[in-house]
Design a protein. Structure first.
Length: 93
């Protein structure tokens, strides 16, 4: 991967393999659901949820039935998990 010129969190994400391909889709979906302008930017909480979902996808984890029953899986976590599951860096079990 070409991580030249990146610093901080962008460099860490590049080394980890996160490309944020579905991040904009999750942001637009959430904004439509909340009936606000689609161009409203994502928050730091959203990127954290996306990164956590990505890591879960790389590990091959899925949310448990109890977790889905009580708190659900947000759109950012879900999209991040999908990207992690379909990442070539994922370790197959």
């Amino acid at each position: 991967m070409d991580c030249k010129g990146k610093t901080g969190q962008a460099l860490a994400d590049c080394k980890e393999g996160i490309k944020f391909t579905l991040f904009a889709t999750a942001r637009e979906g959430r904004n439509k659901h909340e009936m606000v302008d689609i161009r409203t930017p994502a928050t730091a909480r959203d990127s954290t949820a996306y990164r956590e979902g990505f890591r879960r996808g790389l590990r091959g984890d899925k949310p448990s039935a109890m977790e889905l029953k009580y708190q659900g899986e947000g759109p950012f976590s879900k999209m991040g998990r999908w990207e992690g599951q379909n990442n070539p860096l994922r370790k197959k079990k």
